[in-house]
Every structure is written in structure tokens, then in C-alpha cells.
Design a protein around this ligand. Structure first.
Ligand code: FE2
Ligand code: FE2
Length: 134
């Protein structure tokens, strides 16, 4: 099942919504590569793209929150760091042949993004908007 963008994902900041859409696309690309049994090199490359884009996205989000003086920045950043470590560990394991992308891994990534956007990212929306970031 591919992830699809839904209006409830919108945090009310256009650039962030654009990045979340791209993350969903990239997770779907990885899911597709996995379920089509694409070779290790393809899967590794897609996973690397996802890891890189995640890092870019987290940086951007943290910058917006810092610029706005968002009080929950530290807790939010910690969640990003935990996810980054997990993705890097997964990437290393897949590269070393110690792990493969499975349905379980895909479900973890999809559920993390869904919960993180709805439960954590959406909380900064009104705050950023009030500071003039739309
Ligand atoms: Fe986000
Ligand atoms: Fe976030």
C-alpha cells in the first residue's frame, strides 16, 4: 500500500508541505523497489536518497522552529535525531548485507512519518504561522 498525501498532513507552511510530499514519494519509491525485488544496489541507492533528504528536511524544519523561537524545538530535534540514527543504522546494515528492506521495515518508515507529521510536526504549524512563516 502506497502512502498518499492527505490534507490533514498539512502543517500550514508551504515549503514544509512540499518536503513532506517529497518524503512520501521517496518512501513509496523505496517500497516499490523492495516489493519488485530490485537488486541490492538499487535499494541501497534509493535508501541513501531517502536518508539524505530526511537530513535536509530535518535541518530545514529545525531552522524554521529556531527562527520562530518555538519552545518545543529541543524535544522535536531529539525525535529527528533518533530517527536519523535508526535510518543510518538501517542503511549500514543493508549495505553490509546484514539486513534487507522488508515489509516490516517499510511499515516502520511509513508509520513513523505518518505519526511524526500528525503528532509532532503539526504542532509547530500555528506557532510558525503566528510568526509570519506560511
Ligand atoms: Fe517533518
Ligand atoms: Fe519534524
Amino acid at each position: 500500500m502506497a502512502m498518499t498525501w492527505k490534507d490533514s498532513y498539512s502543517v500550514g507552511v508551504a515549503e514544509i508541505d512540499r518536503q513532506h510530499k517529497k518524503l512520501i514519494d521517496m518512501i513509496n519509491t523505496l517500497h516499490q523497489a523492495m516489493s519488485q525485488g530490485k537488486g541490492k544496489q538499487v535499494v541501497n541507492a534509493v535508501l541513501a536518497d531517502l536518508a539524505n533528504y530526511c537530513a535536509t528536511h530535518f535541518r530545514q524544519e529545525e531552522k524554521f522552529m529556531a527562527d520562530a523561537g518555538y519552545p518545543e524545538l529541543d524535544a522535536h530535534r531529539e525525535k529527528h535525531q533518533k530517527m536519523t540514527q535508526k535510518v543510518l543504522a538501517l542503511q549500514a546494515d543493508v549495505k553490509a548485507g546484514k539486513a534487507t528492506i522488508t515489509m516490516e521495515v517499510m511499515r516502520f518508515l511509513e508509520q513513523w512519518l505518518d505519526k511524526h507529521i500528525l503528532g509532532t510536526d503539526k504542532k509547530y504549524g500555528p506557532y510558525l504561522n503566528a510568526k509570519g512563516i506560511h
